[in-house]
Write a protein that binds this ligand. Structure first.
Ligand code: AMP
Ligand code: GLY
Length: 425
């Protein structure tokens, strides 16, 4: 079976390595992939958002199945286009991807179907939003409606920050048309949990839970990034919380999407906050999280390809989805300066890896036959171990065996999770 994977980051590298474990997988094409993925797949220089070129590619190459991993092509309708060209896909259609593509759609869906989330107002113009900012409770959270490279959420402590947030999204349009509408929502507090789930629109099977570390610097300081590291499972996500999430959030969400005529097939990501009032949805993503995937998939037992095929064919209920009773930690090695300006082109020296170690390449190119840095997040060093303390230690031991100039990583990935395990909050 020839498989097409759209995307080119650490998430896609983890997906491709897991797909390859199934003997049915023959050629894997990565569009565009990256210099590190090239060791595991045939990379083709077609951008993930270039849907006409992707369709042309499947017309001229033997592709049996496609996995569309990033948010942009999903929201643009890559699955609809590929299926129209006769290629079955893992991933939601454009209508279903709106659960991530439009925060207004997602919030209104939750309100209509009674799914717990922060209370909110939607604004269509800067003037009304600005006048709301004069009286709303603080802190407040201002979110661009559309995709904004994961940076469209502004947490405002003061009225001046709140005014500035509205001006930059709605007047200066720092995220373009994504900011034409904004959601202003209640500020929630509590531990955050990421839960990715396979769903074929009827059945939903949550994967092992995880915890992301979004801020650039130790102690959750500095700007938001795409994610600087992850651990799985997330110790805050107890069996009792999981049961409550299934009843109050997961099942109601897929039923709501089906009822709206937008059945969701693929990986649905629940960004949850465990508040004093119970678990609430902070955000939905229509895809695997990055770097959550780099700790979740190494713990998956059995064939990812089989699960993805079953998801696409609407027979997920028939498949046994199991995760190892172990822990995983992923430490992201980034280029110094990320998420701001950074330099690239430095040679990367990679260590030999053992059976419980994985290096997932996120941003790298091949120059004169050698792997060099090519992005903000360069790679993820993941280790699997019997428990979380051992996984964290092993992930740092692995990360410390990787070398490139200007490398940067947080040194406290997993610290909060380890404290929670010890009984602190
Ligand atoms: P998002 O891009 O939606 O994942 O949001 C980025 C981060 O902003 C989340 O991981 C939370 O830490 C934070 N956040 C988003 N919405 C809220 C909220 N209503 N209350 C508190 N923090 C929030
Ligand atoms: N790690 C968060 C995300 O993938 O959106």
């Amino acid at each position: 079976m020839n498989i097409l994977v759209i995307g080119g980051g650490g998430r896609e590298h983890a997906i491709i390595q897991k797909l390859k474990e199934d003997p049915r997988a023959e050629t894997i094409y990565a569009l565009p992939g990256n210099g590190g993925i090239a060791a595991d797949a045939q990379c083709v220089a077609i951008g993930a958002k270039d849907i006409p070129a992707i369709v042309e590619f499947v017309r001229t190459h033997p592709v049996d199945f496609a996995v569309v991993a990033p948010d942009d092509p999903l929201v643009l309708g890559a699955v609809d286009a590929l299926e129209a060209a006769g290629v079955p896909c893992f991933g939601p259609t454009k209508d279903a991807a709106a659960i991530e593509g439009s925060k207004v759609f997602a919030k209104d869906l939750m309100r209509r179907y009674g799914i717990p989330t922060a209370s909110y107002e939607v604004f269509y113009g800067a003037e009304t939003a600005l006048s709301y900012m004069e009286t709303c409770p603080l802190p407040t959270v201002v979110k661009a409606d559309g995709l904004a490279l994961g940076k469209g959420v502004l947490i405002c402590e003061t009225r001046e920050e709140a005014r500035q947030a509205v001006r930059s999204l709605m007047e200066d349009k720092i995220f373009g048309e994504s900011g034409a509408r904004v959601v202003v929502e209640e500020f929630l507090t509590g531990p955050e949990v990421s839960v990715l789930a396979f769903t074929d629109g009827k059945t939903i099977v949550p994967m092992v839970s995880s915890m992301d570390h979004k801020r650039a610097l130790d102690g959750d300081k500095g700007p938001n990034t795409g994610g600087m590291g992850t651990v799985a499972p997330n110790p805050y996500y107890t069996p009792a919380v999981a049961e409550r999430c299934m009843e109050e959030i997961f099942l109601p969400t897929i039923r709501a999407m089906a009822a709206e005529g937008r059945p969701f097939k693929g990986c649905l990501y629940f960004g949850l906050m465990l508040t004093g009032d119970g678990p609430k949805v902070i955000e939905y993503n229509c895809r695997f999280g990055d770097p959550e995937t780099q700790v979740v998939l190494p713990l998956l037992e059995g064939s990812l390809l089989e699960i993805m095929l079953a998801t696409a064919q609407g027979r997920l209920a028939e498949v046994d989805v199991r995760f190892a009773d172990k822990s995983a930690c992923c430490v992201i090695l980034a280029s110094q300066g990320y998420p701001g300006r950074y330099e690239t082109g430095f040679p990367i020296s990679l260590p030999e890896t053992g059976a419980n170690e994985h290096i997932y390449i996120a941003g790298a190119a091949v120059k004169d036959g050698a792997l060099v840095t090519g992005g903000g997040r360069v790679l993820g060093a993941t280790a699997v171990a019997e428990d979380l303390p051992a996984a964290v230690e092993a992930a740092y031991a692995l990360a410390d065996r990787v070398h490139f100039d200007n490398a940067y990583c947080r040194r406290d990935i997993g610290r909060r999770a380890l404290r929670a395990l010890e009984g602190g909050r």
